[in-house]
Design a binder for this molecule. Structure first.
Ligand code: F3S
Length: 297
């Protein structure tokens, strides 16, 4: 039996940078608390390791105010001993950014440059009078952040089906961007629908390279594999999309978070097992799964 592990599996550049940023802060011997705005990564093992090292996850400004040490009146705005907050690779909304700046915490922005680029496109294009269409999941933090940079009307389209139902004015100009991890085939389909329905859209394909390479490779491996394993966090959007892509090519596709979730029953006719992983899956988990498959079957 052959086991094929995708080369583009696991941490992407943006996630690596964000995680390293937090570990660097721990090592820097800061006096105040270290916070991350939302879990730094969709991976419970990494997040709980950081928690053990004292990193606190906050999900809102209110959480921050409730956190110990924070409301201590000795620490006022601009006082870095109050603590440090790391913004994760998804980025945050404009309002959250402004609110964080008011807290007086030291802000370390680990927003992925590919996400920052979308913020800039949306800001500029909407200031030039274009209506913005974001292709992605409306309640994903990255999309919430992108939407907040529009200085005018903005629409979120989650699927080609929704694009088909879109019925805004056709005599206006639109700029269309995408969530960085959107399924690229569905993105192309969505764009075609807008064009065929007569909308004047300027398309800026903002699916990041890491996602593009990961999806293309996963699809190729799944097409020839008898069994495909996708490793990723349950709430990781890019991992779920990988699962969706692989399932289309391979009926026996498994979606697992760690080796514990894998209950494989491989028949003799299984010749190729493929393995890929989302952007927030650490290398050691991929290796564990790979070793398990190689040694047990
Ligand atoms: Fe950045 Fe792409 Fe990763 S947008 S965080 S490199 S999936």
């Amino acid at each position: 039996m052959e086991v094929i592990v995708a080369e583009h599996a696991g941490f992407c550049f943006g996630v690596t940078k964000a995680v390293e940023t937090v570990y660097d802060q721990i090592g820097a011997g800061k006096t105040g608390n270290i916070y991350t705005y939302g879990p730094i990564i969709h991976n419970e093992t990494v997040v709980s390791d950081l928690e053990k090292k004292g990193v606190k996850v906050i999900n809102s400004i209110e959480d921050l105010k409730k956190s110990d040490n924070f409301s201590n009146s000795e620490h006022n705005s601009g006082d870095q001993s109050k603590g440090t907050i790391v913004i994760r690779s998804h980025g945050v909304t404009r309002d959250v950014q402004a609110a964080l700046e008011k807290t007086g915490l030291e802000i370390i922005d680990a927003t992925c440059p590919f996400v920052k680029r979308i913020h800039k496109v949306v800001d500029t294009e909407s200031s030039n009078g274009k209506r913005i269409i974001v292709v992605g999941s409306a309640n994903h933090p990255e999309v919430e952040g992108i939407v907040s940079y529009a200085n005018g009307p903005v629409y979120v389209i989650e699927s080609p089906e929704e694009a088909q139902k879109f019925s805004e004015k056709k005599d206006l100009d639109y700029t269309l961007v995408s969530q960085t991890t959107f399924n690229k085939k569905k993105f192309q389909e969505t764009v075609e629908i807008f064009k065929n329905n007569g909308y004047n859209i300027n398309v800026v394909n903002t699916i990041c390279n890491a996602t593009d390479e990961r999806q293309t490779e996963a699809e190729k491996i799944a097409a020839k594999a008898d069994v495909m394993i996708v490793i990723g966090g349950a709430s990781s959007s890019n991992s779920r999309k990988l699962y969706e892509i692989c399932s289309k090519e391979c009926d026996n596709t498994y979606f697992i978070q760690t080796l514990d979730d894998l209950h494989l029953d491989l028949h003799d006719d299984v010749k190729i097992v493929g393995i890929t992983a989302g952007a927030s899956t650490p290398k050691n988990i991929i290796e564990e799964v790979q070793n398990y498959v190689r040694t047990n079957f």
